[in-house]
Design a protein. Structure first.
Length: 331
């Protein structure tokens, strides 16, 4: 039986990606990963401009992608019409403050690695098997540079023991379907913080999610596939809501420097801009944000978001990193 540590918590609903070229991004998320794409939406208007802090006349072409029937781990691609758009993640940056990567589970990581190499994607290493501590289990992972400066992490759940976290996730995935290409939706997404305690508190109080795994990553194998120098240490907490998919992998560098992507991770730039979390009560979430003294990026407003429809949404900066967090109440 898979363990859900926060049954009332909100998992990642949508990862928002600024696309350099919508067709190229779709060739990855739709054609290679196998997510189902909704019809493109030309997104514009006063509310759009206010929501994204864009000048009058701005617009974007958006495509929402999902695994049908799964309300978490989805992707919203937006190609903004601005002339000057910056890459959010610097080339070859292995670790940077902000929203870093998207993880997809696969049953055959080596075969899928070769398929992606054939499509021209650049991998950081070969797939690496390593043990987590205690009862967490063992995954095999590999990272490569995906479209739009977003790092993509493939994960094979190598432990089948149901008494481990990895074994529980493996059983859950096998029972919950995949895309036609053999991948899950976004199961985990990396969020690198300056203060992991503050970032964890945000999720505890705003998204009502809990800590699934709490680790210090420092092994030679872990640092190798993460492209980190030897002897670096990284605090990692996996945050889980009410689903095994859509987890947040919070991290904090403990003994090495990082570049900062947060100032650039805004519209209309190219890369991982924001995370959306659907909550039952935006009133409660907004109160929690106020108590945590979260910086408000865009005040609560009514929006029609591609793939989600009519909703109320509040955009704040996570107090642990400054990354954009969009808190959504549907309807």
């Amino acid at each position: 039986m898979a363990t859900i540590v926060a049954p009332e918590g909100s998992a990642l609903s949508v990862a928002v990606i600024g696309a350099a070229d919508l067709d190229k991004s779709l060739s990855f998320y739709r054609d290679a990963i196998g997510l189902t794409a909704h019809a493109p939406v030309h997104w514009q208007g006063d509310a759009f401009e206010k929501f994204w802090h864009l000048p009058a006349g701005s617009a974007g072409d958006a495509v929402f992608l999902e695994l049908p029937g799964c309300e978490v781990g989805r992707v919203l691609l937006i190609q903004f019409n601005a002339r000057e758009r910056k890459e959010i993640r610097p080339a070859d940056a292995a670790r940077a403050f902000g929203l870093v990567n998207l993880n997809f589970y696969t049953d055959d990581i080596r075969a899928d690695t070769e398929k992606m190499k054939a499509l021209g994607y650049k991998f950081w290493s070969e797939p690496t098997y390593y043990d987590l501590s205690g009862s967490a289990g063992a995954p095999t992972e590999v990272i490569f540079d995906g479209p739009d400066s977003v790092a993509i992490n493939f994960v094979e759940l190598s432990t089948s023991d149901p008494n481990t976290r990895i074994g529980q996730m493996r059983a859950y995935v096998q029972a919950h379907g995949r895309t036609a290409k053999g991948f899950t939706p976004v199961v985990t997404t990396s969020h690198c913080a300056r203060d992991i305690k503050k970032a964890t508190e945000f999720h505890a109080k705003v998204t009502k999610s809990g800590v699934l795994i709490d680790e210090i990553m420092a092994s030679e194998k872990q640092n190798h596939f993460l492209r980190l120098p030897e002897k670096t240490r990284t605090a990692v907490r996996f945050i889980q809501g009410n689903h095994m998919f859509g987890k947040i992998a919070l991290s904090q560098p403990l003994n090495y420097p990082c570049v900062d992507m947060v100032p650039t991770a805004v519209a209309p730039n190219i890369g991982y801009i924001a995370q959306m979390f659907v909550v039952k009560s935006l009133d409660e979430a907004e109160t929690a944000c106020t108590e945590l003294k979260c910086e408000v990026y865009t005040p609560r407003m009514s929006m029609d978001i591609p793939g989600l429809g009519a909703c109320q949404v509040l955009t704040v900066r996570n107090p642990g990193s400054g990354a954009l967090q969009q808190i959504v109440q549907l309807g």
